[in-house]
Design a protein around this ligand. Structure first.
Ligand code: NAD
Ligand code: DAU
Length: 371
């Protein structure tokens, strides 16, 4: 039986991971530590909140006194570290929070883990620090370049990617120098339920439902490799179980899409959902374009992201040969599940959009829209 501390467990991927873990390992204990920043939402944990083996703490990963107390009090043997500032656009307009949480925060966690697990000897031989990172640390690819593999040199381009790269190096160093039992996974773009609607897919879905512009940065031909979030959770599970200590594993969807194509595809699916289910028009009368089968008309080209990476792609060879990992969800099925989740959960995203995020995003759009 494992005793997990999940940082950032009230965010998008962290909460999906917590649901996955409790569903698959009901005998384990799962403690979530989350600061509930603008991106964290306690509602994301509603499906597990009454589970006796689950407990939530609101707090900062930089608070080493709190982290040390949690590691000790709950006899944690597995720390899964999701907590981060995660949005590239925000890292461009305000990098400081990224340095604080992603670098200082990760280092603070590593120090606490070293103190309790190595210096004080609690779970000395059995502990695991799993660090959740991103493919953005590798930089950008040209159309014909081979996909990123674990030996691709780091070349982060945004303050977000640089802060994640720094955190990856610190995790590696704590293994090499002190013998902390660590693993790292570098994953591609996730999508699915509870995805904060400042990121491309949930933004497009919720804007269609409100008949708002669908902003496409630059020419829209940038490529991302999309993975259903539950497949990411399964990949992390495999790394924790079978990954070699001190090693890194890339997790991807083998599913490259240009942004403009994905937005067209979502528009088409949404138009069809409105045609097939007249009840959606009753629920979302403001979705005028979708009701008319014309969501594509909301597509609006806007100014490009500064320093925008052109393409990410993951070579899945190492995780498939060493861990037996392959994504299970096809994009076709995963995106349909996701659209249905957003159609059903308007109270979730409506509340999210009403908050401070709304003001921030409106300011961004008004300064970046062309013409
Ligand atoms: P998110 O922004 O949705 O969630 C981040 C969570 O961390 C929030 O709940 C927030 O409240 C919490 N948090 C932030 N600062 C904190 C602090 N100082 N102390 C405690 N909690 C804090 O992010 P996400 O998309 O779920 O990403 C989770 C992790 O996965 C991140 O490390 C990110 O770099 C990585 N990742 C994300 C993707 C993706 O597509 N979203 C892909 C690869 C890797
Ligand atoms: O690759 C993994 C990374 O994926 C994670 O590490 C990050 O935490 C996560 O946010 C994500 O980063 P991206 O920058 O790729 O995701 P985002 O959804 O912000 O953008 C996806 C693509 O869509 C990107 O090329 C920018 C573009 N885009 C985004 C938004 C929000 C638009 O064209 N319009 C938009 O409004």
């Amino acid at each position: 039986m494992k005793r997990l501390l999940v940082t950032g467990g009230a965010g998008f991927i962290g909460s999906n991971f917590v649901h996955y873990w409790i569903d698959n390992y009901p005998e384990d204990t799962v403690i979530v530590l989350d600061a509930l920043t603008y991106a964290g939402n306690i509602e994301n944990l509603n499906p597990v909140k009454d589970n006796p083996s689950f407990k939530f703490y609101q707090g900062d990963i930089c608070d080493s006194v709190l982290v040390e107390a949690l590691l000790k009090e709950h006899q944690i043997d597995t720390l899964v570290h999701f907590a981060a500032e995660s949005h590239v656009d925000r890292s461009i307009s305000g990098p400081d929070a990224f340095i604080q949480t992603n670098i200082i925060g990760t280092h603070s966690l590593l120090k606490a883990a070293k103190k309790i697990w190595l210096d004080e000897g609690v779970n000395k031989e059995t502990h695991r620090f799993h660090h959740v990172s991103t493919d953005e640390v590798y930089g950008t690819l040209e159309p014909e370049d081979p996909a990123f593999c674990e030996s691709t040199p780091y070349a982060p381009n945004s303050p977000y990617a640089a802060s994640k790269a720094a955190s990856d190096h610190l995790v590696r160093a704590y293994h090499h120098t002190y013998g902390l039992r660590v693993t790292t996974s570098n994953c591609s773009n996730n999508y699915g339920p509870y995805h904060f609607p400042e990121k491309l897919i949930p933004l497009v879905v919720t804007n269609i439902l409100r008949d708002l512009p669908l902003p496409i940065y630059g020419d829209g031909k940038q490529i991302r490799d999309w993975l259903y979030v539950e497949d990411h959770a399964r990949g992390i599970d495999l790394v924790i179980k079978k990954g070699r200590l001190g090693d890194c594993y890339n997790i991807g969807g083998v599913n490259e899409w240009a942004n403009i194509d994905i937005v067209h595809f979502i528009c088409e699916l949404m138009n069809n959902l409105f045609i097939e289910n007249p009840k959606f028009a009753d629920k979302y009368p403001q979705a005028i374009s979708a009701i008319a089968g014309k969501s594509q008309e909301l597509i609006t080209y806007v100014q490009d992201r500064v320093g925008h990476d052109r393409r990410y792609a993951i070579n899945p060879k190492k995780s498939s040969s060493e861990l037996g990992y392959m994504p299970l969800e096809s994009f076709e099925t995963g995106i349909r599940k996701t659209l249905r989740w957003y159609l059903k959960n308007d109270s979730w995203w409506g509340a999210v959009m009403d908050g401070s995020y709304r003001k921030w995003i409106e300011k961004q759009y008004s300064s970046s829209r062309q013409g």
